[in-house]
Design a protein around this ligand. Structure first.
Ligand code: KG4
Ligand code: ZN
Length: 349
């Protein structure tokens, strides 16, 4: 299966076999194009996808050592995401499939993330999934392919945004999450950093499993303003402590809400799983691992290369659907919004 991903700022293509072997996973990042603008510019992203998608797909086949005729089918992200980019990948996938006369599948990007732990670890259904990326922070009970029960979501910003916006305030490059993690890694006394900044604990004691990150973001901005000297600089040791305290607060919030989801789940999951870019964060992983072991569940997270956006997860989601007999027509439309629990199983009351 060939998988193509172009929903944000990575042009990616991958060839994956039915038995979950990743033969290639080519990712071309547009970081350099977006860097001068301090964030992803949709128009620049669409043009960059258009310029590189052909090359990236060629490279994916070459690295996999397969020819066009070896492909069983073609999958491409059909949404949600920046619509110009989604259209580029979707049209490319359709054109390849039509030319080869092979089946085509339009994949939900979030479903790609949601099923990626089955590609990396063969996780069985049902599993509790924390989907944490730059645009989404959700808790889903993954019951089967196409059956996702949404238990919690963010009421404001996504966790990745909280990392990214704080990183921006600290003049770190974007996307900021990995840079903030690196800065926080320089902290030698986490306990005193936490005590020093005393960041809010969002939705503490509140019912449900939703998330909120805007309060943390505001608190960090205020603390940073207080630390900024009249000449506009912040001491590195202060930035390190603040980054560590924030990372700890985010990891704590994620695991506190996930704990509630585990307690209220309609059926006992077989594993706790994290996916999406933020799941690459070491402190987040450690907090979730602790939670899982307390709940007597195995914890799994795909390796970083499968956590951030990639074509392998799109190929894999395609395989999961294709195995169950689904294929799409050429009329599949690109969708800027596409909630994962759209066809959710209704809770009986
Ligand atoms: O899943 P993803 O690659 O793209 C989508 O948003 O769909 O996630 C990107 C997000 C960004 O906000 C980035 O800063 C964050 O994941 N991220 C991290 C780390 N690696 C990526 N956040 C914290 N720590 C990391 N190591
Ligand atoms: Zn993503």
């Amino acid at each position: 299966m060939l998988g193509i991903e172009t929903s944000c700022d990575e042009t990616a293509a991958s060839v994956v076999t039915d038995d979950a072997r990743i033969l290639s996973n080519v990712i071309y990042s547009q970081l350099v194009q977006h860097a001068p603008h301090g964030g992803v510019v949709p128009e620049i992203a669409a043009r960059a996808h258009l310029e590189s998608v052909g090359r990236v797909v060629d490279e994916a086949l070459k690295q996999a050592g397969v020819t066009w005729s070896d492909l069983s089918a073609v999958s491409a992200t059909a949404g949600p995401g920046l619509i110009g980019g989604v259209m580029v990948g979707l049209m490319t996938g359709k054109a390849i499939a039509a030319h080869l006369d092979k089946p085509f599948l339009g994949i939900n990007h979030l479903e790609g993330h949601a099923l990626s732990p089955r590609l990396s670890h063969g996780v069985e259904f049902p599993y509790m999934l924390l989907l944490v990326s730059g645009g989404h922070t959700q808790i889903l009970l993954v019951e089967d392919v196409g059956q996702y029960r949404l238990l919690g979501t963010t009421v404001d910003d996504a966790a990745g945004e909280c990392f990214d916006k704080t990183a921006k305030l600290l003049s770190l490059p974007q996307p900021g999450g990995p840079h903030l993690e690196k800065l926080a890694g320089k902290c030698t006394d986490l306990a005193s950093a936490i005590a020093r900044f005393d960041l809010p604990r969002p939705l503490l004691g509140k019912k449900g499993c939703d998330f909120s990150f805007s309060g943390l973001k505001t608190a960090v901005r205020e603390k940073l303003e207080a630390l900024t000297t009249p000449d506009g600089t912040v001491k590195e040791s202060d930035a390190v402590d603040l980054a560590a305290a924030l990372q700890h607060a985010i990891a704590g919030h994620l695991s506190a809400r996930l704990k509630k989801a585990l307690e209220s789940a309609p059926q006992k999951p077989k594993a706790l799983v994290a996916a999406g870019g933020v799941a690459a964060n070491g402190a987040v992983r450690a907090a979730l691992e602790k939670l899982a072991s307390e709940a007597g569940l195995p914890f799994m997270a795909p390796p970083s290369s499968l956590c951030t956006d990639n074509g392998a997860m799109i190929a894999w989601a395609g395989i999961e659907h294709f195995r169950r007999g689904r294929t799409d027509g050429m009329d599949v439309a690109a969708r800027p919004r596409w909630p994962l629990d759209e066809n959710r199983v209704k809770l009986s009351t």
